[in-house]
Write a protein that binds this ligand. Structure first.
Ligand code: URA
Length: 433
């Protein structure tokens, strides 16, 4: 077999066999196929697409390129969730303790943020002492005793994806649906959970900007997960506006704590209830109405909050900052952006707001950048809110006062005002089962 022939066949629009796809994936992972041929292959997929049989074969080859975690000892109780990435998306911090409090076993590996979206691991590292890596035996033990362990992705989980994703990032081949599908699903299949809920974001802050593309991605991922013997649900949620009010690492942990204590009931709360409901329904084999009642009870009774404390303590985190979030280290400087006109917030470009937070120190532009855990921004108003002159639109937080000017300009460029209340997209556009 020659890589040249595989690229040509794909470029001409023919269907590749599972053997040809596996030749590419294993060869590229081992370094036997060079970057330039892998880039040409990805570009050919961008133009010619892939059939569902090809996407399944690509997913399975990528999943098998490294360790496959065996969670079968937990029976059918294991559940994982994945978000395609958004701004202010701290749902994992909230829904994992909720479902663990209901008896699910959550063995979760999460990524770091790059670009305008934040990563769960970076958010958790803002909790002093929280360990985002541990030996596999300790990870399994914690899943058994606490019901929840959340660490960074181990080096050898789907290494083909790690290499390919870095290549796609610099060759303008990220947003091809078969490549996104196989990237996400290879990691989820290798991570071993029986039940998987996907949060597919749609809108200005998401990879998929239209509902049509988000639906295709969701359907592809659900189909592949099922073909691999997993119970799957995908929830398509709005990412036209940032989720919740806080964007930045410790700021997002603080907001997650508020939701778990029942102190905040907004768009973030609603999305979390839907995602946790779908996870509980799959794990417990019950219908969505019964699962929702359990989820609401877990929050209102304090069980979910207690589970968060137990989980953070088990991973070495200092729970005093969870019990009293005022104890989180604060940024040295802050700047309030005031409204100079009145009306309604007509739109909020989530991606641009994510970029402003990044500039303040909350995210990375390159992998080597160091994150400032306290930096970010707190929204004072969101899309659809009425605004009067002088109202606080957002508060910027950073140790670097020099970043304020540019971040403020990006923020102001990301919002528009309107005289009338804008139409609000549904928070949950669709559920694909
Ligand atoms: N998230 C992933 O893990 N992979 C992609 O290709 C896109 C989003």
């Amino acid at each position: 077999m020659r890589m040249y022939d595989i690229i040509l066949k794909k470029r001409r629009g023919f269907e590749l066999s599972p053997e040809e796809i596996d030749f590419f994936v294993q060869g590229y992972t081992k370094g036997e196929i060079p970057d330039y041929q892998a880039s040409a292959f990805c570009m050919a997929v961008c133009y010619s697409g892939m059939t569902s049989a090809e996407t399944s074969a690509l997913t399975m080859s990528m999943a098998r390129s490294g360790d496959m975690i065996d969670l079968s000892g937990f029976g059918d109780l294991t559940v994982d969730k994945h978000s395609t990435g958004g701004v202010g998306d701290k749902t994992s911090l909230i829904i994992c303790p909720i479902v663990a409090s209901l008896g699910a076993k959550v063995a979760k590996m999460s990524g770091r943020g790059l670009g305008h979206t934040g990563g769960t691991v970076d958010k958790l590292e803002s909790i002093p002492g929280y360990k985002t890596s541990m030996a596999m035996a300790d990870f399994m033990k914690q899943v058994e005793t606490v019901g929840l362990a959340l660490i960074g992705q181990t080096g050898n989980l789907a290494p083909a994806d790690k290499k390919l994703y870095a290549l796609r990032d610099v060759t303008a081949t990220v947003d091809a649906i078969p490549l996104i599908t196989s990237s996400i699903m290879s990691k989820k299949i290798a991570a071993g959970s029986k039940n998987i809920v996907l949060d597919v974001k749609t809108g200005s802050g998401a990879f998929m900007k239209t509902l049509e593309d988000s639906t295709t991605l969701a359907e592809n991922m659900v189909c592949i997960g099922k073909a691999c013997g997993r119970n799957m649900t995908a929830v398509i949620t709005d990412m036209d506006t940032p989720l919740g009010y806080n964007i930045g690492n410790s700021l997002e942990v603080i907001e997650a704590v508020r939701i778990l204590r029942g102190e905040q009931q907004d768009d973030l709360y609603e999305v979390c209830v839907v995602l946790a409901t779908e996870m509980a329904a799959l794990v417990l084999g019950i219908d969505a109405n019964d699962a929702k009642a359990l989820v609401l009870d877990s929050i209102s009774s304090g069980k979910a909050y207690e589970k968060m404390l137990e989980w953070v303590a088990a991973q070495g985190g200092d729970t005093s900052v969870i019990k009293d979030t005022e104890l989180f280290r604060k940024s040295k400087h802050s700047l309030e952006i005031k409204a100079t006109e009145s009306g309604y917030i007509g739109s909020m470009n989530a991606e641009e707001i994510g970029k402003a937070a990044c500039l303040l120190g909350a995210g990375r532009v390159t992998k080597e950048d160091v994150i400032d855990p306290a930096a970010g921004l707190i929204l004072g108003k969101k899309k659809g809110d009425k605004v009067s002159v002088g109202d606080t639109l957002a508060t910027l937080l950073s140790d670097d006062e020099n970043s304020f000017e540019a971040a403020k300009n990006i923020f102001l460029g990301a919002i528009t005002f309107s005289e009338t209340k804008p139409e609000m997209p549904p928070l949950v556009a669709k559920i694909v089962r």
